[in-house]
Each structure stands twice: as structure tokens, then as C-alpha cells.
Design a protein around this ligand. Sequence first.
Ligand SMILES: *[C@@H]1O[C@H](CO)[C@@H](O)[C@H](O)[C@H]1NC(C)=O
Ligand SMILES: *[C@@H]1O[C@H](CO)[C@@H](O)[C@H](O)[C@H]1NC(C)=O
Ligand SMILES: *[C@@H]1O[C@H](CO)[C@@H](O)[C@H](O)[C@H]1NC(C)=O
Length: 559
Amino acid sequence: MMKKWRGSCCLVVLLVAALVAAGIVLILFWRSRCRGENFYTHAAVAADSETCSHIGRNILEQGGSAVDGAIAALLCTSLINPQSMGIGGGAIFTIYNRSQGRVTVINAREAVPEKVMPGLLTGCSRLNPGTQWIAVPGELRGYWKAHEQFGKLPWKSLFEPTIQLAETGFRLPELLRKFLEHQQLRHFINNSLLRTLFYNNFGEPLEFVRYHQLAKTLKVIADQGPDAFYNGQIAQDLITDIQEAAAAQKSDSTLTAEDLRRYKASVVKPLTVSLGDYMMYSPPLPTRGAILSFILNILKGFHFTRESMEGDQKVLTYHRIIEALKFGNGQLSRMTDPTFRPYNLSVLLSDRFAELMRQRIDNEAHPLQYYNIEHQAMEKYSTSHISVLDKDGNAVSVTSTINQIFGSMIFSPRTGIILNNQLADFCRADRSPSNIAGQPPSSMSPSILISQDRKSIMVVGGAGGSMILSATAQVIMNKLWFGLSMKEAIEKKRIHIISDNSLQFEEEFDERVKNEMKRKGHTITSPSQLPSVIQGIFADQVCIEAVSDSRKYGKSAGY
Ligand SMILES: *[C@@H]1O[C@H](CO)[C@@H](O)[C@H](O)[C@H]1NC(C)=O
Ligand SMILES: *[C@@H]1O[C@H](CO)[C@@H](O)[C@H](O)[C@H]1NC(C)=O
Ligand SMILES: *[C@@H]1O[C@H](CO)[C@@H](O)[C@H](O)[C@H]1NC(C)=O
């Protein structure tokens, strides 16, 4: 009796052991897929610099939420890529809380100052430096709102790594050096106090950058919260510096302490559109999230697969993508701030409207009117995007900007802050009048895509002005429909359709496709000097692949 019992016991033990072993082998096998550069198993940050991806990652490893990681990485980015974003600008967050299964958008886009200069837009040009273009910064109100709802670590701890970096300094980043050595920019920077921040007495870019004043400002905000910026001494110093800059440049300064005091970030509902296996969440107006959703909603009807990018099909596939992007351009003029021009997005995002547009895509290119293009937007921007996924599966897709390179080029010496020139987003290439009110329209469209079974997620967004839409759309399709890895999806050469509907191919783009597009009657112009830059994360139940675009020398980090 005893013996028999012992025997079956051993059998059970053996069986259990075998199952455990098989399980371990299976997990190891799965996990082996996750090895290598850009692959992680718990959490990841894809910022547009390696330094800031690391800072974000460390916050996640200390138990921070995706929002905590994103805020820490954003603050860091304001030092490494000060030409792109900072607390003198604005941001849009798209946030996924996995346990609630809910996506939230925080709109911290800059607002138009109360006393905006009449006739401002007659001064629109390619670059728009000067105090008259400064909109009310939204960045810190946005961080606070996001942290209030989704933060886990103390507010202050998110600032500490960046304050330290600002104080000790670091070697001039390669990309920043390129901007500082750019002749045309140099001319503007010479006329701005920015020169005191980045050049030595001989007019050469510094080898080593430090941000003493900004470090002090960040310390105050870390201790006291954003009220210090919007209501306190920092607000007063900022306004004084802007007024002094305006007096020196004999221009107008319209931003007031009252504008700062009144600024509020808002929590809004994301737009949703179903793309087959995935639900896509993107921010509503004043961003162009609706256009991105609209473009992909048209294209989903072609049921692209891996084969669509092979052999002869590739040409037709690209033509269809180009046409959908042109119809996207056709809707741009409607994407103004909802506070003064209500626009019913549910029509734009309906399957029926997408179907109508799809029917208009044939085998050739058409004149502008065919796509409903009324007027064209200006093109040049500088921006940063960060994608974050934490260990609990919560995600943040956030895009932040001061608009053009170094924003308004107004540097506030008392606070160390560089101010945006977001009002230039009201400029249009054809100089048609636009209404300056509410928030300037924005191409930013930080998005999150979640599979219907909720087991896979893609966190994606980018920088590059009006190229953001075409770049983000292509990366999403590359990953979800054309079967590429996230790395391949982001590194693949892209095509851009600018607002006059001309095509810009990145260098080394497939020559055959390019020639075929010319034959179909598309207009081709030379590519813009600044690339589009995408940061994306894709995660299934086994691996996380987080990728920062090499076009901006970015690198992801995770664990
Ligand atoms: C997500 O929502 C749940 C339930 O409301 C909440 O307990 C949790 O703290 C949230 N997670 C984050 C990271 O905000
Ligand atoms: C900017 O100023 C430096 C000296 O501080 C001078 O060497 C340089 O030529 C100036 N550049 C332009 C474009 O004005
Ligand atoms: C928008 O249009 C849809 C469909 O036509 C309609 O059901 C909805 O009520 C409209 N929403 C508003 C705010 O007008």
C-alpha cells in the first residue's frame, strides 16, 4: 500500500517537474525573441536621445508609472534638444491606463495671448523669431495634470535627474552642434541672448553645455509645483525678460502675467478609429490626430499585407498611400481650433466617408481641387516625441514642441527658459487670412493602438511639422500591415506629401517607385533639410521593442 502510494507520488512529482521544465524552455524560447538591441521584457522609453531614454527608464525602474517616466524624459529633452522643446512650449499627452482599459488625452498646447497683435500674420516668414510670436506656454500645466492623475513617484523626483544634468553639464550633443553651426540660424542666434547660452567669447559653440539658470528655475518648480511658473516669481521674471527683448528688438510683446495665470491644461477624450485588429486612439483638435485616423481609415479598406510591398504591387500600394495622404491634406483647412469653428469629426472619421475617398483613388494623380485643398500650411517645425511603456502595461505617447528651431529665439536670462513661437502655426503658405484664437493648429498626433484582444499595443508619434502625419502613418502600416519589426518600420525610407500635394522622397528611397510616381503625374520636389523623426514602441505578451529614430541619433532604453 505504502509502496504504491510512493510510486504514484513520484510519478506526479516527475510529471510536474517535466511540465515546469517544458514551461521554462518555452518561456526561454519566447524570451530569446526579445534579445538584442531595442528589445526589453518589462518596460521601455523611446525618447529622441539616449540620455533622456535612460533617465526615463531609471524612473520606471524605481517604480514610476509611464507618466512619471515620460515627464522625466521630457524635462531631460529640454536640455539635450533645447531647439525642439522645453517648459516654454506646449505638449499633448495620450495616456493609456491598462487596468481601467481607458485612454485619456491631456491638451497642454499653448494658447493665444489675450492681446495678440493685430496683423501679426502679415509678418509670417520661413523662420519667425521675435517676441510677438510667443503663445502662452502649456508644458508644465500639462505635466502637473498628467502627474496628478497618473503619477506614482513624487513630482520632485522627476526633476532631480535633469536638475543634476543641467548643473554638471554635458558634452555638446552632435545634433545641437549642427544647429549651432548652421549659418542661417547663426545669424538669428547672434541677435538673441541664446548666444550667451551656447557660444564662447570667440563665437564658437561651447564644447560643454551647462544650464545654471534653468537648473535654479527647475528646482523651484520641483519644490513648489507649476504655480511657481504661472503665478510666482518665475512668471514675473519671464514677462520682464520678454518685455526687455521686445524693447531691444523694437517689436511687440503681447504675453502678460494674466495670460500665464489664466492658462489651463485640459483633459479630453481621444478620437478612436478601428483599424482591423487594432483600435487607434489619437488626440482631437487642435491636433491633426483626426487626419491621421482618417488617412489610415481610408487605407485599411485596401487590406494591405506583407505582399502589398512586394514586386509589382509595391508601386500601386505607394500610389494608394500617397493618394490617401493627399485627401488628408484636403481636410487640413478644417482642422482649426474647435472653440471658434466647430467641426463634426464623427463624419470625417466614419467608415462611410473613408469609403467615399477610397473610391476616388484610381491609378493616377489629380489636380489640387480633386482633394478639396483650400489653402496650404507652412512647413517648418522642430518638435520632440517620446513613447513610454511601464511594467504594468500603461503607456504614454507624448509630443512636445516650442515650434520652430529654438522657438521664438527669445531666451529669458532670469529664468533660463527658451520661449516658443507657436503663433506662427497660424501662418499659411498662401497668406490667406486665418483667425487667431484658441489654440494654434498642430500636426502633433501622439497615438496609441491597442489590439482588440488587448494583448498587443503600439505607442507611436513623431516630429517634423506637416511630415508628422505621413511619417506616423507609414510607420504604423509598416509594423501592423506590412509585417516589419518596429526597427525596420521606423528606419525604412519614407515619402512625404507636403501641403501643396507635392511628393518628397527621402534620400535612397526606392528609385523605381519614385519614377513610377512621376509617370502617374505626381509632382516631386526635393526633400526638406530636416527629417521626420518617429519614436515607437510595440509590445505583445512576450517582448517589448522600443525604437528611437536614428534620423535624430536617438536610442531607446528599457529593462
Ligand atoms: C489606473 O487606474 C486604476 C484604477 O482607477 C488606478 O488604481 C491606477 O492607479 C491607475 N494607474 C496609473 C498608472 O495611473
Ligand atoms: C555671429 O557672431 C560671431 C561673433 O560673435 C561672428 O564671428 C559670426 O560671423 C556671426 N555670424 C553671423 C552669421 O552673423
Ligand atoms: C456629428 O454627426 C453625427 C453623424 O452625422 C451625429 O450623430 C452627431 O450628433 C453629430 N455631433 C454633433 C456634435 O453635432
